[in-house]
Design a protein around this ligand. Structure first.
Ligand SMILES: [Zn+2]
Ligand SMILES: [Zn+2]
Length: 276
């Protein structure tokens, strides 16, 4: 009895200390953030821009490394067989090729035209051009990419979602959990509102069939988190099993996160608050 009590005390003390340490860290961070913000406020506009672009660059660097790791694993290759630079090079090559092929398919260009016009930076670039053409046709005049962004911005500002009848996320959760609306019946509303319809759909849990004998074991998934890869031949299973494909992808994501942590900044520092 006495020992159990002691263990509880020790555990409580331990948790208390842990809590205090993290609280102290948070307070310390906020104070240094405020001091830095004051310091940053005194910077000239050029210095501010330089700082911002440095931060953007760092962020881009991390994002590129993430994409390069993801690309290597999606190709079924072992991350340990390459250097980061090689993986980035491979990712850029793959992106380039994918973009060119998309431009050929969706923009009716020849391969040479696509390269010449610089369609090498990713599928978003092609989708954006498709949209630009569609909007130009609709408006009856040629618009450029900046105009398209302005149109998007305006639409977002004028969007009616969320309206007064729209669901709160917790209502969607409750509805899915109990198969019953917590307040008034919103069935008619979700049928007519795309935003709410999507929200309810997203709350629905994914139901998988029970795992088969070939399915990835927890030990295998742990191995992916640790090393980024599986034993030879085991990768193929994901092509036949959606459940394992998802699990594999999420373990790979954990591995990527471990290799290149993507939170170099505290969230409140992320937007570079200059106090202006
Ligand atoms: Zn709604
Ligand atoms: Zn499986």
């Amino acid at each position: 009895m006495g020992i159990a009590k002691n263990i509880v005390y020790i555990l409580c003390a331990f948790l208390l200390i842990l809590g205090l340490i993290s609280l102290a860290g948070e307070v310390f961070y906020k104070i240094s953030y405020k001091i830095n913000r004051k310091r940053r406020k005194k910077l000239t506009p050029e210095e501010k821009e330089a700082l911002r672009s440095k931060r953007r660059e760092e962020f881009l660097k991390i994002a590129t490394q993430h994409c390069a790791l993801r690309n290597t694993m999606d190709r079924g290759l072992k991350v340990s067989d390459f250097t980061m630079d090689q993986m980035i090079e491979m990712y850029k090559e793959d992106t380039k090729e994918e973009t060119i092929q998309m431009a050929v398919k969706h923009l009716g260009m020849t391969r040479e035209e696509a390269i010449e016009k610089g369609f090498v930076h990713g599928s978003t670039q092609v989708s954006f051009e498709v949209e630009r053409r569609r909007e130009s046709k609709k408006l009856g005049r040629e618009i450029d990419h900046k105009d398209l962004l302005d149109i998007y911005r305006e639409r977002l500002a004028n969007s009616e979602y969320p309206g007064p009848d729209c669901l709160e996320p917790w209502e969607a959760k409750e509805y899915i959990k109990n198969n019953k609306w917590p307040g008034e019946d919103k069935t008619a509303h979700i049928e007519s509102c795309t935003g709410c319809h999507i929200m309810v759909d997203m709350e629905k849990p994914v139901v998988y069939p029970p795992p088969g004998p070939d399915c990835y074991t927890q030990a295998e998934l742990d191995q992916v988190v640790e090393t980024g890869s599986l034993s030879d031949g085991r990768l193929d299973h994901k092509n036949y099993c959606q459940q394992c494909k998802n699990k594999l992808s999420s373990s790979q994501q954990d591995f990527i996160q471990k290799m290149v942590p993507n939170q170099p900044y505290h969230p409140i520092d992320f937007d570079m608050d200059f106090g202006d």
